[in-house]
Design a protein around this ligand. Sequence first.
Ligand code: C5P
Length: 356
Amino acid sequence: MAVTARSHAKINLGLAIGPPRADGFHSLVTVYQTLAAHDRVTVAALPAAQTSIRLSSNDARVPTDERNTAWKMVALALDHLGLAAEVSIHIDKQLPVQGGLGAGSANAVAALLALEAELGIAADPAQRPSWQAERLQLAARVGSDVPLFLVGGTILGLDRGQSVFPLPDQPSLCCLVATPAVGVSTPQAFRDWDALCAAGQESTAPSARLTPLPDDDRLGQLSRIYAGACSQAGFHPEVAARMDSSGVLPQRQSLAGPLVSALVRTGIGNDFERVVFAQHPFLAQIKRILVAQGTPEESLYASLSGSGSSLFGLYPGRKEAEAVAQRLRAVGVESLLTHTLPRQSYWEQVLLPTAG
Ligand code: C5P
């Protein structure tokens, strides 16, 4: 028997970068949001004298050895639990491989969840109450963007992004993800941000002075602002009710959901846009199309996701998102129409029924 798990994409509703650290990472404050769009990860495992892992994928670009995040996650978890197994992992890639959607990180968590179900690991929280804390730590060793997928929904990410806190569950919103054929290296984007900040501190040019200082105070302030916006924006059932009613046209703010509205009011944004748009002006053009300012399709919010190259727009409904997708197609950019996935739905859907 094998177990299949959905491996959902994420976007970053906002991302603020702090100074480089001695460990080679940057402190940051981010708000992650999981999406309905997903890959599928299937794991078959049998206890064995020695661990062996095999990995396959329908997409030739997916590494099939120990460089793969799903491989790393399974190897770490078995080692941590003192178990040995013969494991085979299959990754059915549906998500675009363009960066910024956390697809590889999500594959790691989906593989872990499927492995747990397959081997009956920590099925009973009473048996191993510390398992969630343990697996969050293991996930953080695989990558900064991995632990968020052990929470799902809307999540505050701190430290290097691996320290995750669930935010109030929000009504689902229509999301259009643009997937331009541009590659962005995340470590390089961090280095470019450092260079921009260093130049801003040295320069007296007015444009350079606009670069925010990458200090920990700014990050502390932002995390308090986001946490404040989130606590004010607890889920309001009347907002969901109004979203479903056909007769009353809800206020734009209600459509965005209380959290997105509150975050937009804080001026949430993604620091990576400063460096990535400078290097790839086409991505700034895509954002303008996603924003659709002044048109009936105007987005509730649009941004680069992570360091890109994926960008997203949130819309009141499919009709608006489809019109924007059409405009993207006209400039040769593919997109993916999906919706934000609240935490409860995330956990209800993550494991697929076993076929036998
Ligand atoms: O954690 P992850 O493997 O995704 O990080 C990849 C690279 O991105 C790191 O080696 C580092 O160069 C950069 N990074 C960073 N600060 C973070 C996260 C990632 O500088 N908070």
